[in-house]
Design a protein around this ligand. Sequence first.
Ligand SMILES: Cc1cc2nc3c(=O)[nH]c(=O)nc-3n(C[C@H](O)[C@H](O)[C@H](O)COP(=O)(O)O)c2cc1C
Length: 191
Amino acid sequence: MAFKDIIKKTRTYRKFDSTYKISKNDLIDLIDNAHFSASHGNTQTLRYLIYNDEQNNTKIFSSLKWAASLPNWDGPIPSERPTAFIIILSKNINNYTFCDAGISMQTIMLSATEKKLGGCIFASIDKEKLQKDMEIDDIYKILYVIALGKPIEKVQLEVASKNLKYWRDEKDIHHVPKIPTKNLILNIEKE
Ligand SMILES: Cc1cc2nc3c(=O)[nH]c(=O)nc-3n(C[C@H](O)[C@H](O)[C@H](O)COP(=O)(O)O)c2cc1C
């Protein structure tokens, strides 16, 4: 697949086939790809926890806030929940930590697409609850969670006009408005 197609396919997915199990080896491989990516001063401060079992998945799920722009949707029903999770941690947080995490997470998301998987990055997390539920040593701070699974929802990119909120139509297709490239680059001619 051309890179443009991979990045276009690397969408946020929030509905999955809950019968599709993701192997520990697949999760390790996603992080193996991320471990080759850049970090500030090559400090490699990120650490990861990986889960693919129902008991832990249920615990993690209960700390996540799904789709703030879809207030009438409470998140995926049990048969559409993610089947694996990655928790991203760091002992210390400085100005570059979240940039490193972003690079790592996009690498993980792109690698998931290559495996015909998909996911959702979470910043809206009840971190205190998650830290406690998962018995995470408090020398580590939770940065993000990535939910993963075999996507079953249809997601459509569209050209944004004014409103940048993602939305779902009557056929339950999830629409993601993106600002045209020419509007993002400040020093090119506009038509
Ligand atoms: C840093 C970051 C934090 C996010 N946090 C959440 C979240 O807490 N809950 C959620 O449902 N989606 C979350 N998302 C997913 C975004 O809503 C999603 O990326 C956006 O709607 C654009 O869709 P796209 O990823 O398909 O381009 C997050 C994405 C990023 C990059």
